[in-house]
Design a protein around this ligand. Structure first.
Ligand code: G3P
Length: 218
């Protein structure tokens, strides 16, 4: 499963790139606002830092303006993946650019029916928001299972990009179900490293090594 980082903060992406964990990045208007950066400048910096797809989202909701915004966003770098909302205008924009071989991520997906429509419009990625689904008392992961079955039934190329991930189980379950990508906030990536037995085991090894009085580097 590929890991995308869900942030527009350059300083959070850099250390994860050094760890070899970053297959792509996703941003959205709220993350751009949080970063306090200009969308063109920060998207260019992220695209220079990361080899994989970098999702940049349109701000308008009508087809004509979405297409104009898309041209400007695609011009930032070759690895820009346009992000459009799961609406008729969004899917029309998706089809227009996917027909030209451009990457498109359809966002704000909350049903398997929406995921089916996005795949038919040629989306490269569908972004079901599992955390927000859970928030309203529905199962985000059940939605991922449904989409996996539907896409496999018809051999759709659209990749399932699990978004709005909030905790470790969202990531583990995504991998068990066979989602193609999980986009993960940096804080959650760091949380995935953690296990109390790793910490206590390492502390014991360090303490015992000190008692040997040896050095590996001298
Ligand atoms: O990738 C979508 C994500 O940014 C939304 O996450 O936590 O605001 O639901 P959240």
């Amino acid at each position: 499963m590929k890991i995308f980082i869900d942030t527009a903060e350059i300083e959070e992406i850099k250390p994860l790139v050094e760890l070899g964990l970053v297959d792509g990045v996703t941003t959205n208007p709220s993350l751009i606002l949080k970063s306090g950066r200009n969308i063109f400048e920060v998207t260019k910096e992220i695209c220079d830092l990361v080899d994989g797809p970098v999702s940049a989202e349109v701000a308008s909701t009508d087809y004509k303006t979405m297409v104009e915004e898309a041209v400007a966003l695609y011009n930032i770098a070759d690895n820009v993946c346009l992000k459009v909302p799961m609406t008729p205008d969004g899917l029309k924009t998706c089809k227009y650019f996917s027909d030209q071989g451009k990457m498109v991520n359809v966002t704000l997906c909350f049903s398997a029916a929406q995921a089916l429509l996005a795949a038919k419009a040629g989306a490269s990625f569908i972004s079901p928001f599992v955390g927000r689904h859970d928030d309203v008392g529905q199962s985000g992961m059940a939605l991922i299972e449904e989409i996996r079955i539907i896409y496999d039934n018809y051999n759709f190329d659209t990749e399932i990009l699990v978004a709005s991930t909030r905790h470790n189980l969202h990531i583990i379950d995504s991998a068990l179900i066979g989602a193609d990508v999980a986009t993960i906030p940096p804080k959650l990536v760091h949380q995935l490293f953690k296990h109390p037995l790793t910490d206590s085991g390492l502390a014991a090894f360090v303490a015992d090594w000190e008692k040997t009085g040896q050095s590996i580097t001298d």
